[in-house]
Design a protein around this ligand. Structure first.
Ligand SMILES: [Zn+2]
Ligand SMILES: [Zn+2]
Length: 246
């Protein structure tokens, strides 16, 4: 063993003692980057059968699309999500959003890439759902931008955060009804004039952290299509799941 390997091994041993790896879901210690077994088991992964448009899982394989999409077809063509948005995943996402747990990003992005791989590979542009610049100043980073950039890297696709802009501040969406959320976001996104030419006939993957009612991603998709996008696929980390056939 040469000197540099010895130093490396020594450093690894020292860092294991002083900076042990923590589970991304809880604060328990893990041997390698990722989740501990307990946290892994707590995640409600989204699987088939599900709505072929919004990706809402069905308990029974009885329909192609869900009641919501049947009632009003969204502006996006398809949405896929990694896991259910529940009390458990909420904690994980909040840490990523507000507590500067940026180290969670690569793992989240890998999961999102896995469910959206087909669309990312076909996409001309990977676009994050933007936040208003005042919010950005307060929060320091936009978690959707971090995810979108990482997903674009994984798929060798083009990351484009400048096209879509949050032009109007909207009140906090949390706790609002589906209808109020929809009304709230209408007209709050715009396309930057200097970049609008990039959208013509392009296939877009729109990235956000959570799909709640779909109001935000739907409004973004409407604006993107209005300015020429040919197709929009939404990829989110978590989704609030509706139980239609209960
Ligand atoms: Zn854990
Ligand atoms: Zn649906």
């Amino acid at each position: 063993m040469n000197i540099s390997n010895k130093i490396k091994n020594l450093w690894n041993a020292v860092s294991d003692v002083f900076f042990p790896l923590k589970c991304e879901g809880c604060d328990g210690f893990v041997e390698s980057v990722g989740l501990c077994t307990e946290c892994w088991n707590k995640i409600m992964w989204i699987s088939d059968p599900k709505c072929s448009i919004c990706g809402n899982p069905f308990e029974l394989d009885i329909a192609e699309i869900c009641g919501s999409c049947a009632l009003q077809k969204p502006f996006f063509d398809k949405a896929v999500s990694v896991f259910h948005y529940d009390d458990y995943s909420k904690g994980m996402i909040l840490r990523f959003k507000h507590m500067d747990s940026i180290y969670l990003c690569p793992q989240f992005a890998r999961w999102m890439y896995r469910v959206g791989e087909k669309y990312v590979k076909e996409a001309d542009l990977i676009i994050p759902v933007p936040i208003h610049f005042r919010k950005l100043l307060k929060r320091k980073y936009n978690q959707s931008e971090l995810l979108a950039r990482e997903i674009a890297l994984l798929g060798g696709a083009s990351y484009e955060p400048r096209i879509l802009q949050k032009s109007k501040r909207t009140p906090q969406q949390e706790g609002l009804t589906r209808k109020r959320r929809q009304q709230n976001v209408i007209g709050s996104f715009g396309v930057a004039k200097d970049y609008v030419h990039l959208l013509a006939q392009k296939k877009v993957v729109l990235v956000d952290d959570v799909y709640t009612t779909g109001a935000t991603v739907n409004e973004c998709s409407r604006v993107l299509k209005k300015h020429g996008a040919a197709a929009v696929t939404v990829v989110t980390l978590a989704k609030v799941v509706l139980y239609w056939n209960r």
